[in-house]
Write a protein that binds this ligand. Sequence first.
Ligand SMILES: *Cc1c(COP(=O)(O)O)cnc(C)c1O
Length: 427
Amino acid sequence: MTQYSFDTLTIHAGAAPDPATGARQIPIYQTTAYVFKDADHAARLFNLQEVGYIYSRLTNPTVQALAERVAALEGGAGAVCCSSGHAAQIMALFPLMGPGKNIIASTRLYGGTITQLGQSIKRFGWTTRFVDFDDLAALEAAVDDDTRAIFCESISNPGGYITDIPAVAKVADKVGLPLIVDNTLASPYLCRPIELGATLVVHSATKFLTGNGTVTGGVVVDSGKFDWSKSGKFPSLSEPEPAYHGLAFHPALGSMAFTFHSIAVGLRDLGMTMNPQGAHYTLMGIETLSLRMQRHVENTQKVAEWLEKDPRVTKVTYAGLKSSPWHGRMATVCPKGAGALFTFAVKGGYDACVKFVNNLKMFSHVANLGDTRSLVIHAASTTHRQLTEDQQIAAGASPEVVRLSIGIEDVADIIADLDQALAAATA
Ligand SMILES: *Cc1c(COP(=O)(O)O)cnc(C)c1O
C-alpha cells in the first residue's frame, strides 16, 4: 500500500473486498470466535507460526482492518486497537515497564493523562516525572537507569501547544529510550510523529479519527524501528517471555515484536479490546479524515484570528497565529495546520468565562473534542480538574481560559455564535 498517497490510504489501507461475499465495504465481523480448520491449524495459530483469528479479545477482522489503516497512515510497522485512548496509553507502556520503572512525561498533556500517569499507575509500581519538554537539558537530566519511556503529545490538549518532536526524539535517541507521542489532536493528517523520530504513536480514536463523537476507542502504532534488544532494558520483548511459553518476541519477530506482544500478551491479559462495531465507525470516519481536517484547520485559523482581534478577548493560544510562541514549530511538526483545539481568555476572568459558556447556542458544552460540531468546555473545572492549580497552569488549563474545539460547520455561523455569547458575557 506504500505506493498510495495519504488521502488514498485513508480510504483503501487495510481494506479489500470481503473474500467470502465480495462486500465492498468492510463488514462488521460480529463474532467472538473463529472455526479452526483442524487441531494442527489451531496449534499453529496459538504458536504464532501462522497468522489468523482465534478469539476476538485478541483479533477480529474489522478491528484488524482499522489497525492496518492507522498503521499505514502513521507510517508504522504495525498497530493494535484498544477500547479507549487511555487504554492505548497503558497498552503502549505495558511491554516496556515493570515495578520500579519510570516514565518522563511532558507537563503539557490532557488532564486525564496527567492523572493516569501521575497517580493511577503507581499501583503497578510505575512512576512518572513531569518535565517542561521545552527544556531539553531538564528532560535529559530527568532520565535515570530505571526510565523506560518518554511521553508527550504532538499538539497538546488544551492549549494547542506544539511539541518540538524532532528535538525530543534526539534526546530519546541519545539516552536509548523509546519516545511515545500521543497524536490525538493532530491526527496523522497534520502530524506524522514516526517520521519525526517517535517510536510509538498513541491515539484516542474517540476524537478526530472517528470525528463525529460516536466511538470510544484507541490505537497504538509501532514504528518497528526501535531495537528492543540493545540495552537489555526491555526483557518482555528481548528475552523469552514467560507469559507466552518462552517466546522471545524481538529475536523471533523483529519489527513486528511490539505489535505481536501487544496482541498476544497485552490484549490477552489486559483485555482492553476494541469492539468490531466501534472499529467500523472509526474506519468510516477515517475515510473523510483529510477533508475534515482541512476544514477543521481552515475554520480554526479564521476563528482564532477573529478572536485575537476582538477587544473582549485577552488571550488566544492557537499555534496557527503568528503571535504564538509555538508558531515557528508548525513548519517541522504540523505544516498543514495547528489543529482545531485552543484556549482563549475572556475579558472579565472566570465569571465572564462561565457566562460565555452558558450563552453559546450552537456550540455544545461537552467533555469531548475533535467532533464535526463545535464544542466548548472550561478545562480547569472539568478535563483538568484533578490537577493542582500549578499543574493546570503548566498544562495550559488555567482557570480563566475556555477551551474550544472548532467543528466543520460554516465558519460564519461559528463566529456568529461566539460573537453573541461574548456580547452576553461582557455586557
Ligand atoms: C481524550 C484524550 C485522551 C484519552 O482518550 P479516551 O478515548 O477518552 O480514553 C488521551 N489523550 C488526548 C490528547 C485526549 O484528548
